[in-house]
Design a binder for this molecule. Structure first.
Ligand SMILES: [Zn+2]
Length: 149
C-alpha cells in the first residue's frame, strides 16, 4: 500500500488545485513505471462541462497527446473513487490498475449527488477490465479536501 501513497498525494494535490481555482475538488494522476506521466483535474465548473471529470480529462488528454488509445501497464490514481463514466473510460483504455482515496461515503452531507449507484470496481468488472482496484489509500487525507476552506 505504501508505494501507492505518493501518487494518491499527487492526485489530492490536483484536487486541491482544482478547488483553489473555483473547481470541484477531484484530481487524478496517471502513473507508468513508477513515474507520474500526466495529471488531471475536475473542470466541470470551469469548463461548464458535466463530463469534465479528473480521470476522464487525464485519459483523454494523455491519450490524445500521444495518439495512444491503449493504457495497458498504466495506473490511474484518483483522489476519489472514479464514477461510472470515468470507470468506463478507464476500462476502454485498458488501464491496469486503479487506486483511489475517498469514496461517496466521505462526502459531506451538503454535497450534491452523493449517491454512487455503480462502484468503480463493478463497472470495471462488467466491462471485462482486468484492472486491479486498490480502494481507500490515504482515505482520510483524500476526504479532507471536502473540508472547510
Ligand atoms: Zn467521473
Amino acid at each position: 500500500m505504501q508505494q501507492h501513497e505518493p501518487f494518491i498525494e499527487a492526485a489530492i494535490a490536483e484536487a486541491l488545485a482544482s478547488k483553489a481555482d473555483g473547481g470541484q475538488p477531484f484530481g487524478a494522476v496517471l502513473v507508468k513505471d513508477g513515474e507520474v506521466v500526466a495529471r488531471g483535474r475536475n473542470r466541470v465548473n470551469q469548463d461548464g462541462d458535466p463530463t469534465s471529470h479528473a480521470e476522464l480529462n487525464l485519459v483523454r488528454e494523455f491519450c490524445a497527446s500521444r495518439r495512444q488509445a491503449d493504457l495497458r501497464g498504466y495506473a490511474v490514481y484518483a483522489s476519489f473513487e472514479p464514477c461510472a463514466m470515468c470507470a468506463a473510460a478507464i476500462a476502454w483504455a485498458g488501464v491496469s490498475l486503479v487506486v483511489y482515496g475517498a469514496d461517496a461515503g466521505d462526502l459531506p452531507s451538503a454535497y450534491p449527488r452523493r449517491a454512487n449507484p455503480l462502484s468503480c470496481a463493478e463497472v470495471l468488472e462488467r466491462f471485462g477490465s482486468e484492472a486491479a482496484v486498490a480502494p481507500h489509500v490515504l482515505r482520510a487525507a483524500a476526504a479532507a479536501v471536502f473540508g472547510g476552506d
